[in-house]
Design a protein around this ligand. Structure first.
Ligand code: KIV
Length: 272
């Protein structure tokens, strides 16, 4: 079957729905800058998420909590200026959609108007359905996010796999259905037990995008540095290193350093 990404047509939220209906798995990747956005686009990913994982991957924070709206908008704009075909989703940071409806609306609008994103993502289940509904009614496409919610790390006391009991699985399903009803165009399922994620996917009409949630979702998202072997510490269990770019960069930087120190770089070819 010909997937949307085989064409050069701009991906839309309707396009993602068509992929799900056709049984074509949806490929999503995070990116935070123009360089990596270009690589993601060239690979034909369907959706580029400028995740608030920006905080750890780019800004040196230990969680997503300190990421500000301005930082997120700046990185989203860099990605949106580069990507032509994939859907660009800006991830609204902690406390930028929790206060007043007016503040949520004007913060979300900045992703579409200033940063050039196609949609926003917010974390949270049923409690956030009214927020999703208001945004969608105003014309802001929203991607939901349930399961492990990194913005709640301090409230939860860590990062945990979710959906481990029948009651927890039922709560996740209720969250997903509420987000769908509110108008979300897709839902990220993060670190949800694989069988629970597959059951939720079967019950929804919108795509589920998994990370650490097994193969039964409509698509997958990964943090790009995790699949490039560049995440610093150990690669998370939910990721696979598809290309050891981290090792290649390390080798290149060491070779450059050695060449400068031993005087073999720059050589005549690099001189004017
Ligand atoms: O911030 C992020 O990168 C995310 C994905 C892991 C879903 O929210």
């Amino acid at each position: 079957m010909k997937s949307e990404c085989a064409s050069q047509k701009k991906m839309t939220v309707r396009g993602l729905l068509r992929l799900r209906e056709a049984g074509t798995r949806i490929v999503c990747l995070t990116a935070y800058d123009a360089v990596m956005a270009r690589f993601a686009e060239e690979a034909g990913v369907d959706l580029v998420l400028v995740g608030d994982s920006l905080g750890m991957t780019q800004l040196g924070f230990s969680s997503t909590i300190p990421v500000t709206l301005e930082q997120s908008l700046m990185h989203t704009a860099a990605v949106a200026r580069t990507v032509r075909r994939a859907l660009v989703v800006g991830d609204m940071p902690f406390m930028t959609y929790h206060l007043t409806p007016e503040q949520t609306m004007s913060n979300a609008a900045r992703y579409l108007q200033e940063a050039g994103a196609d949609a926003v993502k917010i974390e949270g289940g049923r409690a956030f359905a009214p927020v999703v509904k208001r945004l969608v009614e105003a014309g802001v496409p929203v991607m939901g996010h349930i399961g492990l919610l990194p913005q709640r790390v301090k409230a939860e006391g860590g990062y945990f796999v979710t959906g481990k009991t029948p009651a927890a699985a039922a709560r996740l399903l209720a969250d997903a259905l509420a987000l769908q009803k509110a108008g979300a165009f897709a839902v990220v399922l993060e670190c949800v037990k694989a069988e629970v994620a597959a059951a939720i996917t079967a019950k929804l009409e919108i795509p589920t995008i998994g990370i650490g949630s097994g193969p039964g979702c409509s698509g997958e998202v990964q943090v790009l540095y995790d699949i490039l072997g560049m995440s610093g510490e150990a690669t998370p269990k939910h990721a696979r290193v598809f290309g050891a770019a981290g090792a290649a960069v390390r080798r290149a930087f060491s070779a450059y350093r050695r060449a400068v120190v031993d005087g073999t770089f720059p050589g005549p070819e690099q001189s004017f």
